[in-house]
Design a protein around this ligand. Sequence first.
Ligand code: HBI
Length: 356
Amino acid sequence: MLKLLFISTPVGALGTGQGGGVELTIQNLAQELQKRGYIIEVVAPVGSVLQDIPVTGIPGNLQIAVQTQGRDIPICLSSNSVLGNMLDYCRQVQHKYDLIVNFAFDWLPFYLTPFFDCPIAHFISMGSMSVALDEIMSQIARDYPQNIGVYTKSQADTFPFADSCQILSSAIDLSLYQFSPHPEKSLAWLGRIAPEKALEDAVAAVNLTGTPLKIYGKIQDPDYWQQIQQDFPDAPIEYKGFLATQDLQQELGKCRALLMTPRWIEAFGNVAIEALACGVPVISYARGGPKEIVKDGVTGFLVEPDSIEGLVTAINQIDLINRQDCRQQAETEYSLTSLGDRFCAWFNQILETQNQ
Ligand code: HBI
């Protein structure tokens, strides 16, 4: 059976929400592969917590989230960089593993790929963010054309090496999400609270419709959150915090719909499938991952990007959606079994090519 070493995102400890959707992807994938008999070790910043998966916590200073920085800035590593320390650890234990799987959206692991004896598969968790990163990723895509994985086609298309990306989609553990047929009046918004997620658009929309909006997620940018509250002092919104899956799915299930308002090209949008699994329709801007997930008029509505008016129209039509269809879509398209099959096929392809 294959032995895999996962490199986590260096922007925060697993379990804090700082790492966004990739935290869920790592947990889900590790769990499914372990169930299939694979040996998995996850290398992550110290303090990281995963359910039933061995994690090696590495100390050091966190990496700055790339999306908070300009496209043209040089590559930065702090003193005592956790990413540097994680890769140093990986170099020392690499001979125990068949494959390293990198989830860090950073220059260093791409650059170091040819310096390792153990092959490295790179799972890219966002669209194009920086010129220097695009450059090193393109180089690795050229030299190791099998080794780059992404969530969606929309995400791949933001990169110059779109054609050599394996499209792997995402999944959740459906057994953790309960179908909830009878919603209350309120809507939900769920994600890292940061400008690229454009929470202000969802707030502007409910400010017009008067529908209560429950907001869930890690406040990554406190100034930005402060500004939203200032700009919409009377909006019917309530911040509910960053919840663990069990509590989140219970709260989410009570909501009439999930609003997704990404300003950037969302690589996937795990929260969309979490909502669908609870029977909650998704109203999203028609761009990026959510555009590939939501079936317009069946499991939610896709509205013109950046249009508050579009959100309002969709909110007013939400009862046309059958919640059973939402759960059904999650079950057919986003099970852990299908995710495991796709990743296993990808890993085998890499190892076959590398061993030729
Ligand atoms: N930024 N530098 C850097 N490295 C990452 O791995 C990274 C990031 N920003 C966000 C991020 N990963 C994850 O939250 C993704 O799921 C979006």
